[in-house]
Design a binder for this molecule. Structure first.
Ligand code: ADP
Ligand code: MG
Length: 367
């Protein structure tokens, strides 16, 4: 089932009396989550991700705007009638109940004709447990499980009602690095196997990029960009999106366009045809640097970091806005570390220009 958000807005009153203290947690969201897809909501802490999920599942009501599940307007429907499964950031299992009892809990709360028979409940609980591979742990209490296992119980508990929509609010934040990786792959597998329309909230760009069909990048309650992860990475709409996506992060330079040429400091690095003379922010992806003995970008070499498959050349440049430039090159490339300088050519497709005032991307064909 697809989900449509139409001009969805949520304002929270400030604690003081002044209207200025009001927080617009979700500001005029309009977008569609296609049926059966996994959409990643991505943005820094406080940008309105949890509020968006709480609006979709019905725990809070919007200040204005509408929410549709398929053709049905669910905006004023209570949460229990929306057919939504939700896994919260702190997935609070009931400590005194076993895994099985925890998973059964949402079913036992159903009333009237919606309440399945006892045998049906048992079967659905076991099916959900099998999906997340915890069927061996059914008699344990949450305290006897690892973080990853507890997380799976929380997911099974969300799946047992066979929801049309699955909402996951930073579901991996309590897991260690290795388990996060493993669990996110499992969530993706389960989502594909069940075909449930899913919204996955995270502040971790790597996580969102790796499992989402589409990402929605947010900042301070406002959608910045929506698209397939690779498309957004390759075509950021503004400086915020460019900086938020990518590890290592994009390298930011103060640049100047003069006579259709792009300068970083005094180095003339690329042709920028059609762009009026102006100061710009220039972002260069770490993979956008080519080592070249006579390359136009002249940097002071700090050192190299070997990271298995790749080498990261660390250097500095007067126009760079960070303490160091990190450029990634193949590990088969030799870097002469006895030299004080290192020179690069830039790959035009990996360089983005942004207006200094609005930080919007400048449409241009660099070469
Ligand atoms: P995220 O999940 O992206 O970290 P939230 O959706 O939790 O962000 O919060 C978005 C903004 O709304 C924040 O500024 C937060 O302080 C504010 N906010 C969230 N819930 C409430 C509330 N119940 N009352 C007042 N302000 C709130
Ligand atoms: Mg949150």
């Amino acid at each position: 089932m697809n989900i449509v958000l139409q001009n969805l807005t949520k304002k929270f009153p400030g604690h003081g009396r002044k209207a200025a203290e009001e927080v617009v947690a979700v500001n005029d969201f309009t977008f569609e989550i296609p049926d059966g897809k996994l959409v990643g909501l991505l943005g820094p802490s406080g940008c309105g991700k949890s509020t968006t999920l709480n609006l979709i599942c019905g725990l809070i009501r919007p200040s204005s705007g509408q929410i549709f599940f398929g053709s049905q307007d669910v905006t004023s429907l209570p949460p229990e009638h929306r057919g939504v499964g939700m896994v919260f950031q702190n997935y609070a299992l009931y400590p005194h109940l076993t895994v099985l009892q925890n998973i059964l809990f949402p079913l036992q709360n159903l009333k009237g004709k919606n309440r399945p028979s006892k045998a049906e409940m048992q079967k659905r609980a076991l099916d959900a447990a099998k999906l997340v591979q915890i069927e061996e742990l059914m008699e344990r209490k949450p305290g006897e499980l690892s973080g990853g296992q507890q997380q799976r119980v929380a997911i099974a508990r969300a799946l047992v009602k066979m929801p049309h929509v699955l909402l996951l609010d930073e579901p991996l934040s309590n897991l260690d690095a290795r388990l996060r990786l493993q669990t996110r792959e499992e969530i993706r597998k389960i989502q594909k196997a069940t075909g449930i329309t899913t919204i996955f909230v995270t502040h971790d760009q790597d996580e969102a990029m790796s499992i989402s069909d589409q990402i929605v990048v947010m900042k301070a309650g406002v959608i910045q960009q929506i698209g397939k992860p690779q498309e957004v990475y390759d075509n950021p709409a503004n400086l915020f999106v460019a900086r938020f996506l990518g590890t290592p992060p994009i390298n930011l330079f103060a640049g100047t366009v003069r006579d259709s040429k792009l300068y970083l400091g005094t180095n003339c690095v690329l042709d920028a045809p059609g762009i009026p003379d102006q100061e710009v922010w220039a972002g260069v992806r770490p993979e956008g640097f080519l080592l070249q003995p006579d390359g136009p970008l002249i940097c002071q070499l700090t050192g190299i970091e070997v990271m298995g498959r790749d080498i990261s050349v660390v250097s500095t440049h007067p126009a760079c806005q960070a303490a160091a430039i990190r450029s990634i090159i193949g590990s088969d490339t030799r870097v002469d570390t006895s030299q004080p300088t290192v020179r690069f050519a830039l790959k035009p497709g990996k360089v983005f220009l942004f207006r200094k005032d609005t930080e919007e991307r400048l449409a241009c064909q660099l070469r």
